[in-house]
Design a protein. Structure first.
Length: 152
């Protein structure tokens, strides 16, 4: 059980890191694809709108297939988005970037919809919220680490 909690903790770190990297991509897309301000901010919009679009269907999906299979499905969708993203990078196709980011965001939405309740199930029965509080603090430490160590 401790191994599973550690894996979910690493996932929480990955969730935050991928979301953080998304914001860094905007100026690079603006240069590479010669975008105006509106188009460059559609990059963030494509990523975050996927949470709105995918989260509710993900809840119904997880009820049918379970948390573990749902997390695997989220990873597969994210990897599909990453492959689309690589293809778009090679051809500098703006629509491909947006599609890839939407798929990555959708996969993350499924992963987070599955991981948040799953961590409470894995924790001790007498303290069901302790796992999510613990990994929430790990996420806050990640933000602190990023601000201190990556600033140059």
């Amino acid at each position: 059980m401790t191994k599973n909690i550690a894996i979910i903790g690493v996932l929480f770190f990955v969730f935050g890191f991928i979301t953080w990297v998304n914001a860094i991509l905007i100026p690079y897309f603006k240069i590479a694809c010669e975008l105006n301000n509106f188009q460059s901010y559609l990059v963030a919009f494509a990523f975050y709108i996927s949470y709105l679009v995918v989260s509710l269907p993900a809840a119904y999906l997880l009820r049918k297939i379970g948390f573990k299979k749902g997390m695997m499905l989220g990873f597969w969708i994210m990897s599909l988005g990453a492959f689309v993203f690589v293809g778009a990078a090679l051809s500098r196709a703006y629509a491909g970037f947006l599609s890839g980011l939407f798929a990555i965001g959708g996969g993350l939405a499924i992963l987070q919809t599955a991981a948040n309740p799953y961590i409470t199930v894995l924790g001790p029965r007498d303290r069901p919220r302790s796992g999510s509080v613990l990994w929430g603090s790990v996420t806050r430490r990640r933000v602190y680490w990023r601000r201190c160590c990556l600033r140059r």
